[in-house]
Write a protein that binds this ligand. Structure first.
Ligand code: DP6
Length: 351
């Protein structure tokens, strides 16, 4: 991602990620400063592709002045609905202020996975948007700054998607990247994708949007009587997961990430008001994963804030895991994903 653009237009493909240690609860929700450190695996196939053009003379007198389109269900690029466009415009304003460049932006974006797949697209979407804006302005920034700026979108998990492989996002980073006004919190790679080829059999049981957003979940996290206990236990768990990745020890990693996902949902279910993301087929998939293990197949589940299950396994077990999960009643489709390389700049633009 090094060449300066010849035109103020740039396209970036940025991946989604699946958290092994979850970001849940924020000290500062608006700036997405988390209560706890998190760690994720960057995905390969689930990604967002975003083209940004900087219009130096674009006016922001009417509305935001930005033009925001997405790939609609018809297959063409159409004006994005306000629920999405407003969030994107707010981030574009933030990046424009940060860069001090004035003007406005023309944006188009699409996902590699169907919009209604029930897979979180904000991590990939907001990291792609942030990086494409930087590219369109010809700004060469460090990974720290790119992560920090992606996080400021409000989608904290976007801070982890700017890097490939296995990525840790501490609750607060010890040193501020040049030019940033604290507090700072940015992600860093703990191991490359080449270090360990793990697979994610994403098992879709619900394709609609979830009832309660992650933002509302973060807000409610502290109302759970178990949240403080979770915060106390997390450093040891993070250390174990970090060491399991370094040693490529799936026997340690697998059980720990499954426990972590159950803890996250236990916090959600015991928040006030309670949040239930699981659906009946979610439980059927979790049972199928336990049955696979009883048959000697090392597969472990993790779930973000939704009903769909990410089943993590080694490459040699992927086909067997997929066959078993496809047969579970209520499973709509599988996406076979794996650890990926992180964002890339593309020469071909969406417009
Ligand atoms: C459960 O505030 O980053 O996925 O904007 O929906 O991606 P989105 O949510 P964000 O919270 C992520 C919550 C999580 C855990 C995680 O990815 O760390």
């Amino acid at each position: 991602m090094n060449d300066s653009p010849l035109t103020p237009k740039a396209t970036v493909v940025s991946p989604s990620n699946i958290a092994f240690i979850k970001y849940w609860g924020a000290r500062d929700l608006e700036r997405a400063i988390p209560e706890n450190a998190s760690l994720s695996m960057t995905l390969d196939r689930c990604s967002s592709r975003t083209t940004v053009e900087h219009l130096p003379n674009g006016s922001d007198r009417e509305g935001s002045g930005h033009e925001i389109r997405w790939r609609g269900s018809s297959g063409s690029l159409v004006a994005a609905p306000p629920s999405f466009a407003d969030r994107v415009a707010a981030h574009l304003d933030r990046l424009r202020d940060w860069a001090g460049c004035g003007g406005a932006f023309r944006v188009a974006t699409e996902n590699s996975f169907p919009a209604a797949a029930g897979i979180a697209s904000s991590a990939s979407g907001f990291s792609a948007l942030t990086l494409a804006v930087l590219e369109s302005l010809g700004r060469q920034e460090s990974d720290e700054v790119r992560s920090e700026l992606s996080r400021l979108s409000g989608s904290g998990s976007a801070s982890r998607s700017v890097l490939g492989g296995y990525v840790e996002w501490p609750a607060s980073s010890s040193s501020a990247p040049k030019g940033s006004a604290g507090p700072v919190s940015y992600a860093a790679q703990v191991a490359s994708a080449e270090h360990w080829d793990l697979r994610d059999v994403i098992t879709i049981v619900e394709s609609g949007p979830k009832d309660v957003s992650s933002l509302d979940g973060h807000k409610r996290a502290r109302t759970s009587p178990y949240f403080e206990k979770r915060l106390q236990d997390l450093p040891a768990r993070l250390d174990l997961v970090r060491r399991a990745i370094a040693a490529r020890d799936f026997e340690i990693l697998g059980p720990e990430i499954e426990r972590e996902a159950i803890d996250l949902h236990m916090i959600a279910m015991t928040s006030r008001p309670a949040i239930f993301y699981w659906q009946p087929p979610t439980l059927a998939v979790l049972a199928a994963v336990r049955a696979l293990r009883a048959d000697g197949v090392a597969a472990f589940s993790t779930l973000d804030a939704g009903a769909n299950v990410h089943v993590i396994c080694r490459p040699e077990d992927e086909a067997q895991v997929a066959d078993r999960l496809r047969a579970v009643q209520g499973v709509e489709r599988l996406i076979l994903d794996r650890v990926g390389q992180g964002p890339r700049v593309e020469a071909e633009h969406l417009f």
